[in-house]
Design a protein around this ligand. Structure first.
Ligand code: FES
Length: 130
C-alpha cells in the first residue's frame, strides 16, 4: 500500500485525484470511509475531476456526465458502460493508503531514437544539439 493524502484533508463527500506510479487514482471520502478507484473514465479515457461528489455520493465524469460509484466503481448512468477499477484503500496513522498493484508499475521506457521506426521525443524537437 502506498501513502497518498492525509485523511483530514479530504472533506466528507469529496474526492481527490492522486498519482501512484503510472496509476491515476481517485480517492473518495464518504462519511469516515475512504474508497479508491481508477481516476480514468472508462468511456473516453478522460481524467475524472477532484471536488465534491455528485448527489448520491457519485463521481461525475466532466466530459459526458457518466456517473460512477466510488465504492465499487459501478456505472450508475452512461454513456460509460464499464465500471471503474477499484483498489483497496485504508487509513493508516491518519494517511490514506492505496494498493494499485501492478497498475502503478512504471510505464515502458520511450524507444531510443536509434530504434527502427522510432520517432524522436517531443522534448528533443526544435532544440539545438549540444
Ligand atoms: S469520457 Fe467520461 S462519460 Fe465520456
Amino acid at each position: 500500500m502506498e501513502p497518498t493524502v492525509p485523511f483530514a484533508s479530504l472533506e466528507p463527500g469529496s474526492c481527490v485525484v492522486h498519482q501512484i506510479g503510472a496509476a491515476k487514482v481517485l480517492i473518495a471520502r464518504i462519511g469516515d470511509t475512504v474508497h479508491a478507484t481508477s481516476a480514468i473514465c472508462t468511456h473516453a479515457r478522460v481524467e475524472l475531476a477532484a471536488g465534491p461528489l455528485a448527489p448520491g455520493c457519485l463521481v461525475e465524469c466532466p466530459m459526458h456526465g457518466a456517473l460512477f460509484s466510488p465504492v465499487d466503481g459501478s456505472v450508475h448512468e452512461g454513456p460509460a458502460v464499464t465500471a471503474l477499477k477499484t483498489y483497496p484503500a485504508r487509513v493508516v496513522d491518519g494517511v490514506v493508503h492505496v494498493d494499485v498493484g501492478e497498475d502503478g508499475a512504471a510505464r515502458p521506457a520511450t524507444p531510443s531514437p536509434s530504434t527502427p521506426g522510432a520517432r524522436p521525443s517531443l522534448a528533443s524537437w526544435g532544440r539545438p544539439a549540444r
